[in-house]
Design a protein around this ligand. Structure first.
Ligand code: HEM
Ligand code: CU
Length: 555
């Protein structure tokens, strides 16, 4: 860890009490459950989310065990179908989509723009409750009705209309979660527009805030579409309204259109804030301003925009017209441009920087490597003729794990390591953190890379059984899952240990330049003693926080 910081952290001045200790009207657990403080709400999301992640990880682990041998290994086919549905639903709707915005967007973003809180703190708490309600409804759906949903997380019709399993309740859970997402998006957009500190222009915002901003727009504009679609599935199941069911004159393709109009942009909900985190981490640990700040910020908006226009690439083999296929294929390639701009700028930022490979930096570097594999194989799938061969095979499973888990998942871990000192006021063991990262990445590639090959050779996805010729890939993959999960457990154990016994963290342990590092670790209630006046760019290292903490007479 570097010392001799250029930053001038505002030392706690006695009267500032950190937000953990701050007295409030409510005591004990109620001071959390009824809090409107953005930091506490962020931590409550974190706690619950880690629980969901570990649960879904266990389901993934069990699925991989089942795939160790052809035929039955440890479970029945119906159990497998339920497991991959739950695994997908939890990972997508409860972890990957809300992950970075709900936890780090909440905790960090307001401090980064020099605000005391988000603009609608109560709405923020309501979003948390909706998230919990959605999670609980999903859990109830497991134990009620005629068995847990077995449709896969995509709930494709007509199967989702015909199956007798508890689809309606699971779908309703996703509907409630959607509201949480919309309200959070609304809150963040308004906060970024209205709450920035004096001098904090849009182009002085850290790139993490740009990521949150781009995502918030997608949350607000795209999520209602999936909300309505899911309600239609419920109505179709209960009243047989005949929107999707061909037997009643409905159109199953319409479902796929509506589903992917949301779910493709949702991929960018996941990745944009994560891409912002990488930018912040790279700027910090290369010790130089990020290369191409404006192009990175603009490419965020470009991705958010173009992301709306590519949903048809999920339907190349579903019977859409040739013209539409060609257009969607072409548009899909366009997304590669702003993404390439980002990767190029990150690499250029590293060039001739004085790079320090700390744990968060190691995670960020692994992200660039793994995410590039995910992104590039996406182009293979975006090409019409190769997609016809690869669609619905393990190649797709490999691709989306590389993008979602290798992209947003790894960056969730990176963020956790980067902001851990700020959030908890303690350090963790760096060496163990790096070791965990290395084990994780080795296991990750062991788990998912063979799936590219198996898929290419024709192994279909969502299958419980397979031909013996595929076994070798499944065995490597399952062993990979054991290695990867060991890495993850070591990582959490190390953080937990840091939480209990780690050294006390200074205000700015990494020599970072953004505003959250000017306040004590952990920050006080309302973050700043005085709202800062910002005069420098976010990654300006010279005379760093000359965005001096001046007193601002606002009224
Ligand atoms: C933690 C270890 C993980 C393991 C061992 C694992 C393993 C698996 C397996 C075996 C499948 C079933 C493949 C198939 O038959 O189609 C699957 C599906 C899936 N996984 Fe994971 N996975 C893990 C983490 C994740 C993460 C972090 C995410 C979210 C980013 C994720 C998202 C999904 C999705 C969306 C599906 C598709 C479910 C469906 O077909 O309905 N997984 N995973
Ligand atoms: Cu897509």
């Amino acid at each position: 860890m570097a010392n001799g910081s250029i930053a001038v952290p505002a030392e706690p001045k006695g009267k500032l009490v950190d937000f953990y200790k701050q007295e409030s009207k409510h005591k004990g657990i109620w001071s959390w459950l009824l809090t409107v403080d953005h930091k506490r709400i962020g931590l409550m999301y974190l706690l619950v989310m880690i629980g969901f992640f570990l649960t879904a990880m266990t389901f993934g682990f069990l699925m991989r065990l089942e795939m160790l041998t052809p035929g039955a290994t440890i479970m029945k086919p119906q159990t497998y179908n339920t497991l991959f549905t739950l695994h997908g639903v939890i990972m997508v709707f409860l972890f990957i989509i809300p992950g970075v915005p709900a936890v780090f967007g909440n905790f960090i973003m307001p401090i980064q723009i020099g605000a005391k809180d988000v603009i609608f703190p109560r709405l923020n708490l309501l979003s948390w409750y909706l998230y919990i309600a959605g999670g609980i409804i999903a859990l109830i759906s497991l134990f009620t009705g005629t068995g847990a949903a077995d449709t896969g997380w995509t709930f494709y019709v007509p199967y989702s209309i015909r199956t007798t399993t508890n689809v309606s309740l699971t779908v309703f859970a996703a509907f409630v979660l959607g509201f949480s997402s919309i309200l959070t998006g609304l809150n963040f957009i308004t906060t970024i527009h209205r709450m920035r500190a004096p001098g904090m222009t849009f182009f002085k915002m850290p790139l993490f805030c740009w990521g949150i901003y781009g995502t918030a727009w997608i949350q607000v504009l795209a999520t209602p579409v999936i909300g309505i679609t899911l309600v239609l599935v419920i109505l179709e199941r209960t009243l047989g309204i005949g929107v999707f069911d061909p037997a009643l004159g409905g159109d199953p393709l319409l479902y796929q259109h509506l589903f992917w109009i949301y779910s493709h942009p949702a991929v960018y909900i996941m990745i944009l804030p994560a891409m912002g985190v990488v930018s912040d981490i790279i700027a910090t640990f290369s010790r130089k301003p990020i290369f191409g700040y404006t192009p990175i910020a603009m490419s965020t908006l470009a991705i958010a925009l173009v992301g709306y226009l590519v949903w048809g690439h999920h339907m190349f083999s579903a019977g859409t017209s040739d013209t539409s296929n060609v257009i969607f294929s072409l548009l899909t390639f366009l997304v590669a441009i702003p993404t390439g701009v980002k990767v190029f700028n990150w690499v250029a930022s590293l060039y001739r920087g004085s790079i320090e490979v700390t744990a968060p930096m190691l995670y960020a570097l692994c992200f660039i490597f793994v995410f590039s594999i995910g992104g590039l194989t996406g182009l293979v799938l975006g090409t019409l003729n190769t997609d016809i061969h690869l669609t619905d095979t393990y190649f797709v499973v490999a691709h989306f794990h590389y993008v979602m888990f290798g992209g947003m998942g790894i960056l969730f871990f990176a963020s956790l390591h980067y902001w851990f000192p700020k959030m908890f006021g303690r350090m963790y063991n760096e060496k163990v953190a790096k070791l965990a990262c290395i084990i994780f990445v080795i296991g990750f590639n062991g788990l998912y890379f063979p799936m590219f090959i198996a898929g290419y050779l024709g192994m279909p996805r969502r299958y419980y059984d397979y031909l013996p010729e595929f076994q070798v890939y499944h065995v490597i993959s399952t062993v990979g899952s054991w290695i990867m999960i060991s890495g993850i457990l070591l990582m959490f154990a190390n953080l937990l240990r840091g939480l209990r016994q780690g050294a006390v963290a200074p205000a700015n342990p990494w020599d970072s330049t953004t505003l959250e590092w000017t306040v004590p670790s952990p920050p006080p209630m309302e973050n700043f003693e005085e709202i800062p006046v910002v005069t420098k760019g976010p990654y300006d290292r010279e005379g760093l926080i000359e965005s001096k903490v001046k007193h601002q007479l606002k009224h």
